[in-house]
Structures are given as C-alpha cells and as structure tokens.
Design a binder for this molecule. Structure first.
Ligand code: 0O2
Length: 215
C-alpha cells in the first residue's frame, strides 16, 4: 500500500463512528470487570470489618473528540493503534473514599492483586498539583477476554476522598470551557479552598480514630 493510501485509511478509521464503537468496546468491558472487582472488595470489607471504605464509584469512557485532542496535545499522529498505546485514560474509574487512609488501603490491595497490573502511580495527595488538586492516580492494565483472545487494556483509576472530590468537581465545573489565564487572586483562592478540603479530611479522620478508640 502506498503512503497516501495508508494515510487515507487511517483518516477514514479516525472518522468512522462504527470503527470507533468497535475500538471502544473492550474499554467498556475493562471497566465492567474492574467495577465487579472493586464491588467485591467493598462487600468483603463490609463483611469482614463491618466497614465499607468506598463512598461511591464512577466510570467513564473518554469521548472520541477528547481522545483525538489528547493525541494532538501530545504531538502523536492520530491513529487507532497510537490511541491504544499512548492514551492510558480512555477507560477511567473514580473511586471516592471516606478517608485518606482508605485510599492507601485500597491502593495496597490493588497492588497485591494478580489480575491487574499497576503500570504507573501519580500521587497528587502527597504532592498536590500547584492549583491544589489532590487525588491518587493509578494507570493499570487489565486483561479482557474477547472472542479472538485476550486484550490487555489500559485504564486510569482516580482515588480521592469526598472532600477532594467536592473540590475537583466544582473546580472542573467553574473552569470548564474557560480557556483564558485564570487571574492569580482566583488561583490563590482555589488553592486555599483545596487546603481547607485537606484540613477537613484531617479533622474527620481524627474524629473517626477517636470514636474507634472510644468504642
Ligand atoms: P476527564 O474529563 O476527567 O477525562 P498524562 O496522561 O500524564 O499525559 P494527564 O492526562 O493530564 O496527562 O494526567 P493526569 O495528571 O493524571 O490527569 C488526568 C485527569 O486527572 C484529568 O482528566 C482529570 O480527571 C484529573 N485532573 C487532573 N488535574 C486536575 C485538576 O487540576 N482539576 C480537576 N478538576 N481535575 C484534574 P481529563 O482528561 O483532563 O478530564
């Protein structure tokens, strides 16, 4: 095949809705598998310790336009194989926990599992982003069995507390579609709000520990 034909085929693939649907299907299955594993972990914890560390779970598949935009941002030629190899958060799961200690407990449990592989850890709790964003991000690989064999699918798991989630959700809502530079006084206020969320997490944790001690 000539280079021009290869380029045309790639362009056709990247613009064909049916090809994208087929491409994204294993990511949906990966999230289905992951959800089952996390729900089992939560249910077992509740049974063994009478305590569920997970408040709620959300999943999402990145939309096609965001995948293309991310490839472009990373200066990667827009093809399906490149998306598969280089975009690790096409499948995303957010696990919202009660306390920071729960986040690291779940991380330890996930690290000990044989059925998923942790590829990368970004700890924005120990080292928050400059704007104050906090969460523990894991890039994992999870095998999905399909009719033609096993596909190893990348997924991103974000672990955060309710307070971190409150801050991140509102920050996202406030700045969604705001593409100018944020005035520095607002950046400072946002950082203060993130620090308040951190203090709240610490205070609730202390109360939780104290109540356990009294029990
Ligand atoms: P959405 O809508 O959640 O999908 P990299 O993959 O390392 O090249 P990336 O993707 O920026 O770079 O990685 P990182 O730092 O792990 O952040 C990815 C995701 O974390 C974002 O996904 C957000 O969900 C969340 N996130 C990171 N920083 C912030 C922040 O400052 N505020 C908020 N509210 N969320 C943040 P997407 O793809 O941007 O969006």
């Amino acid at each position: 095949m000539k280079l021009a034909e290869v380029k045309d085929t790639r362009k056709f693939e990247m613009e064909n809705r049916e090809i994208w649907r087929r491409f994204l299907l294993p990511y949906k299955f990966a999230l289905d598998e992951l959800k089952t594993k996390i729900n089992i972990m939560a249910e077992e914890a509740k049974y063994l310790n009478d305590y569920n560390p997970i408040e709620h779970i959300q999943t999402r598949i990145k939309n096609v336009e965001s995948i293309k935009a991310k490839l472009e941002r990373k200066n990667i030629v827009s093809t399906l194989p490149h998306a598969k190899e280089s975009i690790f958060d096409i499948a995303g799961m957010r696990i919202v926990c009660s306390f920071v200690t729960d986040i690291y407990d779940i991380f330890t449990q996930l690290s000990n599992r044989k059925d998923i592989k942790i590829i990368e850890v970004k700890d924005y709790i120990r080292s928050p982003k400059p704007n104050g964003y906090q969460s523990l991000h894991l890039i994992i690989k999870i095998p999905v069995t399909l009719s033609h064999g096993i596909e190893n699918i990348y997924a991103e798991i974000q672990l955060r507390t309710l307070a971190m989630d409150f801050w991140a959700s509102l920050e996202h809502k406030i700045y969604y579609k705001y593409d100018k530079k944020i005035p520095s006084y607002l950046e400072k206020e946002l950082l203060t709000a993130a620090q308040t969320a951190k203090l709240m997490d610490e205070k609730m944790m202390r109360i939780h520990e104290e109540v356990k001690r009294l029990n």
